[in-house]
Design a protein around this ligand. Structure first.
Ligand SMILES: *Cc1c(COP(=O)(O)O)cnc(C)c1O
Length: 256
């Protein structure tokens, strides 16, 4: 069993800078192990529950791209930090009635998992005269409680949304099993990569499927070894959250 890591809360720009440097170094080492170029992995800082003041420090450190799970929180922050050229990536499950909000301010949506949401997003983006990068969320851990499409549903889903010209489909996203069993976690990442590789062979010409958004604070190194191009990291940069993860996605067992 791997002990739960300690996440140091960053309260000053110095502490935050040290956390970023630490994570960037770990990303670099994981890339070396996997024989990958470090530029092939994008660090997406996940800022749910992080104060505006700390986010402004992260911006000062050179980060202008943040991931938020909840639409309401992202919307409030995008309003209050409208003075900064920040790009917002919405990474959490979305109800159809929230789609109109993200169509206004987000540049990326990583959790597309239903035709209804895709239709609504296309419709609202037309109204806003915008377009958006989207990733399709896949349930790779085969837990009923998880959001996302089953791997076998993804090819058909791509067919269904291929005419939605406001959605720039760029790849796949997953949340691995939250488990201490690293081999089981790794299997989720391998599954996502293999699925992406298979889909690439039959893609509509205007789509590319290069992005694999996988890996969080607890498992990003394994994800990079298995091909992640985006790692979504919150707690290891900003400190432990007090809200349980079940607030953001359905609770899963840690004992598998
Ligand atoms: C919160 C969150 C993350 C980051 O998790 P950490 O444990 O803070 O690194 C990644 N992906 C999604 C969808 C999230 O909601």
């Amino acid at each position: 069993m791997i002990p739960k890591p300690l996440y140091h809360k960053a309260e000053t720009i110095k502490e935050l800078s040290a956390n970023f440097a630490d994570i960037e170094q770990r990303i670099q080492l994981a890339c070396q192990r996997a024989n990958r170029n470090v530029d092939s992995v994008r660090l997406l800082p996940v800022t749910k529950t992080v104060d505006e003041q700390v986010m402004r420090m992260a911006f000062e450190l050179g980060f202008n791209y943040f991931g938020e799970n909840k639409v309401q929180e992202a919307l409030e922050k995008s309003d209050s930090m409208v003075d900064l050229p920040i790009e917002w990536s919405v990474i959490g499950h979305l109800q159809t009635n929230k789609v109109k909000y993200i169509a206004r301010f987000a540049t990326e949506f990583q959790a597309l998992g239903s035709l209804k949401v895709a239709e609504k997003l296309q419709e609202r983006l037309e109204i806003e005269n915008r377009s958006m990068t989207v990733l399709i969320q896949v349930n790779t851990s085969n837990e009923d409680s998880k959001y996302g499409l089953h791997p076998t549903e993804v090819a058909q889903f791509i067919e269904q949304i291929k005419s939605f010209d406001r959605l720039q489909v760029k790849g796949l996203m997953t949340l691995a099993l939250l488990s201490n069993n690293t081999e089981k976690v790794r299997e989720c990442f391998i599954l996502l990569r293999q699925l992406r590789d298979g889909l690439k062979e039959n893609l509509p010409a205007h789509m590319c499927m290069d992005e694999l958004s996988m890996g969080m604070s607890g498992d990003f190194e394994i994800a990079i070894e298995e091909g992640a191009t985006i790692v979504r990291i919150g707690q290891a940069l900003f400190g432990a959250r007090t809200l349980p993860d079940s607030h953001y996605w359905p609770e899963v067992s840690d004992t598998l």
